[in-house]
Design a protein around this ligand. Structure first.
Ligand SMILES: [Zn+2]
Length: 137
């Protein structure tokens, strides 16, 4: 994908997601982790939803998880997606707990199955922008 210009929208990091996107550029899946109870969270937010602590750190996740659910997008809502439609969108439940919205790559649509094990791949779509997708593990 790196040999042609990426023309689809690219996420813009904000204060709560900068570490996540910086990590992706370094091929690391970073999650915010509660310093009190150890619960991981994504997206980043000020308080832990389990213990309400505001103390947190960023920790590298394993990049492993399972396909929680998925769909196949047939509608062309944005012209930049015309050449890749139909495509899948997926929610992966990470081994650390949080769920991430992503795409599954290297997998035919008919082979997608909920609960299938998947692992992160880092798609460097442009300078300074890396999208985290998943492939069958
Ligand atoms: Zn906590």
């Amino acid at each position: 994908m790196a040999d042609q210009e990426y023309t689809r929208p690219i996420p813009v990091a904000d204060e709560a997601s900068q570490e996540f996107f910086d990590g992706a550029n370094e091929e690391k899946l970073m999650l915010q982790k509660c310093s009190q109870c150890g619960t991981h969270r994504l997206p980043g937010r000020e308080r832990c939803l389990d213990c309400w602590s505001t103390e947190s750190e960023w920790a590298q996740a394993s990049g492993k998880g399972k396909l929680y659910t998925y769909g196949i997008m047939h509608q062309k809502y944005h012209p930049a997606f015309a050449d890749v439609t139909p495509y899948n969108y997926a929610i992966v439940e990470l081994d650390e707990g949080p769920r991430i919205v992503t795409n599954i790559v290297n997998c035919d649509p008919e082979d997608l199955k909920t609960d299938m094990p998947v692992e992160a791949v880092f798609d460097h779509v442009s300078d300074g922008a890396t999208l985290i997708r998943f492939r069958p593990a």
